[in-house]
Ligand binder design. Structure first.
Ligand SMILES: Cc1cc2nc3c(=O)[nH]c(=O)nc-3n(C[C@H](O)[C@H](O)[C@H](O)COP(=O)(O)O)c2cc1C
Length: 358
């Protein structure tokens, strides 16, 4: 006899053509096609974090993925951000401050923009993935209707019960419930509420499960058999894992970042706006400590802060310098294995199954 949690996971796998209920998290800048293909070939769901990609980049990424896997895939898009409120004096203070951690920041760095959302959406639709997912809000109804007409399912990332209800009302086929433990940006629909509404997955999952009647995918702090089994018991039908894959060779992140993840305890991460202007969870670094002192200029809004920190972040990547690098990390970083992604995926599920079998 199967545990009800296993039965729920098996039903989800059947719907989406998976052999195990593990989704690679879409990680803008950190989910190359080879990593997505490895997870998909192991029976999970691949992911493309397309935030920073132009439409041609999305098409190229998909082509590369499909050269390595016939498995299923989600393409993830951020809802467009509101125009940032500019503050020239604070931007000047930030440019002076950031010079302490990297090269001179050009004046124009603050004028950065993100790729046009409408173009990204068309490219995602044209690629015909199994799933397109949203973060930072719910897609407009007209776009959801076009996805459905094309046979593409809609997964919506949420961080609260109210957001889960809004996503279901907006036509989501499944909810990705992102707990406060998660690495990378928080998906709060109201960017200003991201820190206040940082809900741990242990409280969020059952509350969302009681509020919606569509499948829930749990994200945040999951990176071994124990945490997968716990998420399924709390009401999830599947799990989405980001940080847990970052030390696999396929992820190919900077060596200093990968090494630091292996040593990090949960308290060694924090939510910060100092990289991009939106709240995200990162390893605590000397740059983040300096940016948090009262005398430091407050971060500019997204994506102005992202533009201003780009020279520092680029130089740090080049020099493999952890102190000034953008090192997103969830609270379960230390569990992340440094083994091939396919092996990791299969081992995680075997361990979770053992815990859930009656
Ligand atoms: C490096 C990195 C980049 C991320 N980029 C995105 C993104 O572009 N879109 C998105 O929906 N989530 C993004 N996330 C969040 C993940 O989808 C997911 O919620 C998170 O990784 C789950 O928590 P975990 O890191 O503890 O596994 C990112 C996470 C990381 C670590």
């Amino acid at each position: 006899m199967s545990h009800p949690a296993l039965t729920r996971a098996e039903a989800f796998c059947q719907t989406y053509g998976l052999r195990l209920p593990i989704l690679l998290a879409p990680m803008a800048g950190a989910c190359p096609p080879g990593l997505a293909a490895a997870v998909a070939n192991a029976g999970g769901l691949g992911a493309c974090g397309a935030l920073l990609m132009q439409p041609e980049g999305i098409a190229r990424w998909i082509e590369e993925f499909r050269g390595q896997s016939h498995g299923a895939l989600q393409i993830n898009l951020w809802l467009p951000h509101p125009p940032p409120l500019r503050d020239a004096a604070n931007e000047a203070a930030l440019r002076r401050f950031l010079k302490n951690f990297g090269p001179e920041v050009p004046l124009a760095a603050a004028n950065t923009t993100t790729p046009d959302f409408a173009g990204q959406f068309e490219a995602a639709l044209a690629a015909r993935p199994a799933i397109i997912s949203s973060i930072m809000g719910v897609f407009p109804a007209a776009l959801v209707a076009r996805m459905k007409a094309a046979g593409i399912k809609y997964f919506a990332t949420v961080t609260t019960v109210a957001e889960a209800r809004a996503a279901m009302a907006g036509g989501a086929d499944a909810i990705i419930a992102q707990g406060a433990e998660a690495g990378g940006h928080r998906g709060a629909f109201d960017a200003a509420a991201a820190e206040r509404a940082a809900i741990g997955l242990f409280a969020l999952l059952p509350a969302v499960a009681d509020a919606v009647n569509i499948p829930i995918i749990a994200a945040g702090g999951i990176a071994d058999g124990r945490t997968i089994a716990a998420a399924l018991l709390l009401g999830a039908a599947a799990v989405q894992i980001g940080t847990g894959y970052l030390r696999t060779p396929e992820a190919a992140i900077a060596p200093a970042w990968a090494a630091a993840l292996a040593e990090a305890n949960p308290e060694d991460t924090q939510l910060t706006r100092a990289f991009s202007g939106r709240a995200g969870r990162s390893l605590i670094t000397p740059y983040l400590r300096a940016a948090a002192v009262v005398a430091a200029p407050p971060p500019a809004p997204y994506p102005v802060q992202r533009g201003l920190t780009q020279p520092m972040r680029d130089a740090a990547m080049r020099d493999d310098n952890l102190a000034h690098m953008q090192v997103w990390s969830g609270q379960a970083a230390r569990l992340a294995p440094a083994s091939p992604a396919a092996e990791v995926t299969v081992d995680w599920w075997a361990a979770a199954r053992t815990l859930l079998e009656i």
